[in-house]
Design a protein around this ligand. Sequence first.
Ligand SMILES: [Zn+2]
Length: 506
Amino acid sequence: MIALYARQSVERENSVSIETQLQYCRAALRPPEHAQPTETYIDEGCSGGNINRPAFQKLMRDIENGRVRKVVVYKLDRISRSLVDFVGILQTFKAHSVEFISSQEAFDTSSVYGDLILKILIVFAEFERTSIIGRVRDAYDKRTDLGIYMGGRRQYGFHLEDTLVGGLKTKKYAPNPEELAHIRFLFEQYACENTTLRSVQTALLAQNMRPLDGADWTTAKLSALLRNPVYVRADSAVYDYFAQKHVRIVGDLPSFDGQHAVLLYGRTTHDDTLPDWSDMKLVPAQHEGVIPSDLWLACQRRLARNRQVGSSLSNQTSWLAGKLVCTQCGHALTTIKSRRADGTVRRYFQCIGRSHKKTCPGISCTLYADDLEDLISDCMLQKLGQLGTAPPPKTDTQASARNELTLRIRAVEQRQSKLSQSLLDGEWNASLLRLANEQAFELEREREALAHKLSALTQPESTAAGLNLADCWRAASFAQKKAAAAVLLRCVLLSPDGAPELVWTL
Ligand SMILES: [Zn+2]
């Protein structure tokens, strides 16, 4: 039987419905399979954060009973959002020779097991961030749909005023004219030909326009201001701009009236170079914008162009980039290239606190990138080995099956010891002795068979998987290593003498 599994955590207007998920699953079947019996397993209102889902538990029971030949899902995250659970589930599939297919991430289980895990690591890298945002989104969806101020920082150019929306007490943005004058200047300058964030920064200071909140104009801050639609008079062109990026837009076209601004929720401020637009939500705001739509959009185009130029050179030199943190200043470490007397180039790491800001003494030794990569590569290998041999998640049926087998083994052992006791105690003639020998032999065979079954339940070919995973890591490309590190490593803390401390996500 082929099992189609679908899961939806909560009803959301833009989330993929159960019906659509099942359609994708059916489309992923090979033509000869269309005639084969299928069964659907549906969990509605269940999170992928754990495996306590009724339909999923039934699926695992059916797999253990040998009823399932193949499992099809719409996306990997339907099965689990936890990497540990996922690896365990895959091992159970493997132990029962169940094929596994996901319609959106192209792979099938005929590839080497370890290779599969690596692919999954990469997929997890992609949805790791979105799952965090997703959890928050579930809780806040209702309030943000109403355009209600969600707390967080005050936006430059506005102060907060009490207001009532739909009977709920909340805040709305009210203009701060002096600060908004800075904002207007910023957008008008940046839209001009040949400007960069740095030249706008200089221009602002030349006009004696210093931030009124006491902060500094940094290029990062200017870029964040330029990108924020809290300033735009949103109209249909702004609607189209976000719609093309697949941002979820709440509210109808008429609310993009060319007067009111919009609020963008779900922005990840830490990683502005790679905004994940599909995870964001755009809501019409209660306040009016100040920047005309065409000026705002011109600045977005310029930002996108300037970013392309910048990112081609940035941070592509180590798969550890972005994971290294200096314990003295808390800043990230960047890769620096140094040319030595003999002409060779070596990469080393230094914290931004030293290299850019000159506020940190920095790492005292020269931390060569090759050395640190080798060291952490070894740690990754070990970690992947552990993952590969992680026991499958214990389901109730598995536990009771194990218990039953253990009891039967104990029963056989009792009969064995009774038999040997009576052999020692009793008076035996030759034929009785032969019978007793045969019985002893049978009992031993039965015990071995039961013990074999028990060990099959306990450890499904895990050591082989561990080895494959390690091989995969050795053969992995730069992008694969970076993706795997993105999932497994939260960060690497570096002490003043350059000693690394790894912080794992699992
Ligand atoms: Zn530092």
